[in-house]
Design a protein around this ligand. Sequence first.
Ligand SMILES: NC(=O)c1ccc[n+]([C@@H]2O[C@H](COP(=O)([O-])OP(=O)(O)OC[C@H]3O[C@@H](n4cnc5c(N)ncnc54)[C@H](OP(=O)(O)O)[C@@H]3O)[C@@H](O)[C@H]2O)c1
Length: 309
Amino acid sequence: MRILLLGKIGQLGWELCRTLAPLGQVTAFDYPQIDLAKPEGLAALVDEVNPAVIINATAYTAVDRAESEPQLAMTINAVAPGILAEAARRNRSALVHFSTDYVFDGQKGAPYLETDNPNPLNVYGQSKLAGEQAIAQAGDAWIILRTSWVYSLRRDSFVTKVLSWARTQARLQIVSDQVSNPTWARMLAEGSAQLLAMALTAGQNQPHPAEGDIFKSAAVVDWLYAHRGLYHLAGGGYASRLDWARAILRLDPYPEEQMVLELLPAQTNAFPTPAQRPLFSALNCEKFSVAFGFNLPAWQEALQLAMER
Ligand SMILES: NC(=O)c1ccc[n+]([C@@H]2O[C@H](COP(=O)([O-])OP(=O)(O)OC[C@H]3O[C@@H](n4cnc5c(N)ncnc54)[C@H](OP(=O)(O)O)[C@@H]3O)[C@@H](O)[C@H]2O)c1
């Protein structure tokens, strides 16, 4: 199977490069080879690579900066994904894309379902929601995986920030009123690759005799088309940022480097930021498990694996 991966050096994209490798021929790009802020060239790229599956792991993810760059966030997170979906449809490819819990306003008080109404509180969430809508409108075989609180140890994330604060501050104040699913980028990449492995297996069981190009399996695209839609896929269970920070400090592989003595709860409104964030944006991932028969492990289990040395 031929796969076009966009965003190969992001938290998720880096891991996808590794988890997708056994599935076929992966052609991967990132900025500046491709620039989703100038999305006009994307259709030609899709034509040229002619993949069975396009995976879009790029995004404008600077939640606070997006408040002052709404146009740019909208181009990268909504216009470009729409163009990719249209190119995928025209090319008979499938598109796998990622979205966010920040499409919700956090008022529900229970984990969100795919059928719950989105109501983003910030520009980033609005742009990601517009991206979902553009894909659904233009696309054919598309899968959108909404995820939450993605972290990796390679790039700046909440986990690396907590580890670094713990080395420089005796007293940490972390918000206890923001709750969602911490998701290790590696696990999300594994889950995405498992999904494509299922499509590949199903495709092998339904040979298309007319097909000439083994890297462009029409059966894989058909299987993804049959399962097209929006799914939540994030770390199992949920936690407040304070719970998460506590677990990070406990699992720190070099605790002797910590100088933090106190970890205290704080309220979100004590730390004003340009972008408003939803308070309870945990995702319910049952639709995904029912459809595909597996799910991501509990966030605590994944964090332990991520932190082991
Ligand atoms: N991070 C989270 O907490 C979180 C939560 C929920 C959902 N998500 C979603 O999960 C997906 C993966 O997120 P992530 O955490 O892996 O994000 P990330 O680490 O910020 O990676 C995003 C990638 O997109 C690239 N990119 C940004 N602007 C671009 C442009 N104009 N042209 C081409 N590439 C560009 C970035 O390149 P540079 O490094 O050069 O900027 C980076 O490689 C995204 O769809 C995101 O919205 C993330």
